[in-house]
Design a binder for this molecule. Structure first.
Ligand code: PAF
Length: 290
């Protein structure tokens, strides 16, 4: 496996392969890789001839009081996972490679980034959109894979690629979960034993919402109430939002008649967790013909 740190080396590697019609897959990460990343890498491996994983803890997507300095950076373990999965290049740019002196341009966000995480973490999506655009320019992949766990991020990246004609196919892969339903995340390592016990209540609340929709409940507000009622049983959880939304626009749905995404964010102490579920409302019974 090659470890590449400079843009020039990364781009010339990709350009050489592109000239040979090699299909390049890309999994962008901030490291602290877990089985969710592994699933993305494996899916990319199945579809592509060559595979790049980037590891870059992007300071631009952290707010001033967020966890940038304590974000886990187990680089030796991350490289080992990449080697195990047959990754060809681990791209590890440093902060001054990514944001050299004089760097000025920031990608302005589409409407889809306004609510939910956009509201709770105003620095986050401008940083994500900018770094993803830069990484695509450096890695020049044909295909890039993202996890559904960060649903709004994936929707934002899709919109970005479409609006800015970035020419990268985006594939979003299902969330990988622990046995008790907790969505895998690099930040789960922050949870102490008590917090870890209550963390799966977020996915339980989302499942309550999903079951309500599948059982025929349509009223968005009532579905949200049922989820809040479910999570109230758990101690020490502060709900930031639990919302039933249109899966494309991410606008809240007053009535769920087709597909929906249920988005949730909670805080347990100082730790913030997000998760989501896609749901199909039951098909309407067609009226019997006379
Ligand atoms: O999902 C992540 O790990 C990050 O937001 C990403 C896409 C690698 C950009 O820094």
């Amino acid at each position: 496996m090659n470890i590449i740190r400079t843009i020039r080396a990364m781009t010339s590697w990709s350009e050489r392969l592109r000239r040979e019609s090699v299909i390049i897959g890309f999994v962008p990460t901030m490291g602290a890789l877990h089985d969710g990343h592994r699933a993305l890498i494996q899916a990319a491996r199945r579809r592509c001839d060559a595979l790049v994983v980037s590891i870059f803890v992007n300071q631009a997507q952290f707010g001033p009081r967020e966890d940038l300095t304590r974000y886990p950076r187990p680089i030796a373990k991350d490289r080992a996972l990449c080697r195990e999965e047959g990754v060809d290049v681990c791209f590890e740019p440093t902060a001054d490679v990514m944001y050299p002196e004089g760097f000025q341009t920031v990608v302005t966000l589409p409407e889809i980034a306004r609510r939910w995480e956009g509201e709770a973490r105003p620095h986050h999506f401008p940083g994500v959109a900018t770094v993803v655009t830069k990484l695509f320019g450096m890695v020049r992949p044909h295909l890039a894979l993202f996890g559904q766990k960060d649903y709004q991020q994936a929707a934002l990246v899709r919109q970005l690629v479409k609006d800015l004609n970035l020419g990268v196919e985006i594939e979003v892969r299902p969330t990988v979960r622990e046995a008790d339903g907790l969505a895998m995340s690099s930040r789960n390592v922050y949870l102490n034993a008590d917090e870890r016990m209550v963390a799966p209540w977020l996915s339980r609340a989302l499942r309550t919402g999903k079951q309500a929709i599948e059982g025929g409940m349509k009223d968005g507000a009532a579905i949200e109430r049922s989820m809040r009622k479910a999570i109230e049983q758990a101690p020490a959880i502060h709900v930031e939002y639990l919302a039933v939304c249109n899966p494309d626009s991410l606008e809240p749905l007053s009535s769920v008649t087709h597909r929906a995404v249920i988005l949730g964010a909670i805080r347990i102490g100082s730790i913030r967790l997000i998760d989501n579920l896609l749901v199909n409302a039951p098909a309407r019974k067609s009226r019997a013909r006379r």
